[in-house]
Design a protein. Structure first.
Length: 81
């Protein structure tokens, strides 16, 4: 998947279903990739981020390239290719 395709798929899933999506792809900066993993895993934001709102929406879908295997600990129950 390209970055554009990942964002298009995220947009389609969120428009057509009640699901919210986090995204991971190779060119994301490492800090952003870790933040997306935290969001997907349902963890609250730590003090090491720039966000002021410490609550996160529930993200129960992860749209990702093969970068999903780049050292992230993810609570994934189903993988769809």
């Amino acid at each position: 998947f390209s970055r554009r395709q990942i964002h298009e798929l995220k947009k389609d899933i969120e428009a057509l279903t009640p699901h919210r999506c986090a995204v991971v792809y190779g060119s994301l900066p490492p800090a952003t990739r870790k933040e997306q993993a935290r969001i997907f895993n349902g963890q609250s934001l730590g003090t090491d981020t720039h966000h002021t709102d410490k609550t996160l929406p529930e993200m129960n879908v992860l749209v990702a390239s093969d970068a999903v295997g780049m050292g992230l600990n993810l609570a994934i129950s189903r993988v769809i290719f």
